[in-house]
Design a protein around this ligand. Structure first.
Ligand code: F6P
Length: 330
């Protein structure tokens, strides 16, 4: 009897929309090529503690259009220790895996790189809403998160405007301002505050003042999390301008819901590429989107990749804002 070939899959870190579509693609391709797929449950901890189950394309296809990850995801600080990685190698060997495909963000790539040194064959598909995996132009989940943030801000804006209130909307993104910048531009924010372009709260307060002065009854501030305490900022704005201000954390709404077409397409393209990399034994790589082409980037290069801030987009926003404000003044 022919020996069954096996690969492992896991989803790690904060989940992102499109993980399921990517898993379905990988599992389907793996099955068609005679592989069984072992899914480790809850990220790297599943690999560490051998929590797994066999998954099929039939099961995976039920989740293709859903956010989240049907095999669970999670963060595993323990995985930083070298002993843990040795344990993971035992589990990998026990299941007789030919390769492991990891779906996750920058931390997951570092973890995957360490597994290579233990003698495992690993490939990573970049999945995070933050878009902070710098070797790829886009990570799976980012587009959906931005769309969700825009929808949320647009909805809140309607009632803010009706009631003449100032809005502060906080997006996710950790240290990366891409969600706030893109969502801010697409929801016509008047002020955007991102980690790449830090501003003082005094400046934000002044900018809101300028908006009120040119007749904007309901200025909108969109900012990335972890920069300021938005409730205190709201209080300061209220006392400075004697006007109601609502500070809203958009939160996990950004990380849920069906992936957009763009995220599904990216998930499928990356999933196919990842499985082909397994078949061709091109291990130790991140599957990346570079100028609309899918490529393999070696882990070491991926880890060292530098953030290229989209300054052109940022300047476009600033110029547009200046133009709109000046026009209103005339
Ligand atoms: O990395 C994705 C992300 O959603 C960040 O934008 C956010 O800061 C973080 O995860 C939240 O993590 P958790 O779900 O563990 O609270």
């Amino acid at each position: 009897m022919a020996k069954t070939k096996r690969i492992g899959v896991l989803t790690s870190g904060g989940d992102s929309q499109g993980m399921n579509a990517c898993l379905e693609t990988i599992i389907t391709m793996a099955e068609r090529n005679g592989y069984e797929v072992v899914a480790f449950i809850g990220g790297y901890s599943g690999l560490l503690y051998d929590r797994y189950r066999l998954v099929s394309s039939q099961e995976a296809s039920l989740y293709f259009s859903f956010g989240g990850s049907f095999i669970s995801s999670g963060r595993c600080p323990e995985f930083m220790e070298s002993e843990s990685r040795k344990k993971a190698k035992h589990v990998y060997d026990k299941h007789k895996l030919e390769a492991l495909i990891v779906l996750g963000g920058d931390g997951s790539i570092k973890g995957a790189n360490d597994l290579i040194f233990q003698g495992m064959n690993v490939i990573v598909c970049p999945c995070t809403i933050d878009n902070d995996v710098y070797c790829t132009n886009r990570s799976i989940g980012f587009d959906t998160a931005v769309n969700n943030a825009v929808n949320a801000i647009d909805n809140i804006k309607q009632t803010m405007r009706t009631n003449g209130r100032i809005l502060i909307a906080e997006t996710m993104g950790r240290n990366c301002g891409e969600i706030a910048m893109q969502a801010g531009i697409c929801s016509e924010a008047d002020i955007i505050m991102i980690p790449e372009n830090k501003q003082t709260t005094e400046k934000i307060i002044r900018e809101v003042g300028k908006q009120l002065k040119v007749g904007n009854v309901s200025p909108v501030v969109v900012l990335t999390e972890h920069q300021v305490d938005i409730q205190s900022l709201a209080k300061e704005l209220e006392s400075t301008y004697q006007k109601e201000c609502k500070a809203i954390v958009i939160g996990y709404v950004q990380r849920g819901g069906s992936p957009t077409v763009q995220d599904k397409l990216l998930a499928v393209r990356m999933g196919v590429y990842a499985m082909n990399a397994v078949l061709e034994k091109n291990f130790g790589n991140v599957v990346a989107l570079v100028k609309n082409e899918i490529k393999l980037i070696p882990f070491e290069k991926a880890i060292k990749a530098k953030y290229v801030f989209d300054n052109e987009l940022w300047q476009t926003f600033l110029n547009l804002k200046r133009y709109k404000t000046e026009k209103k003044q005339k």
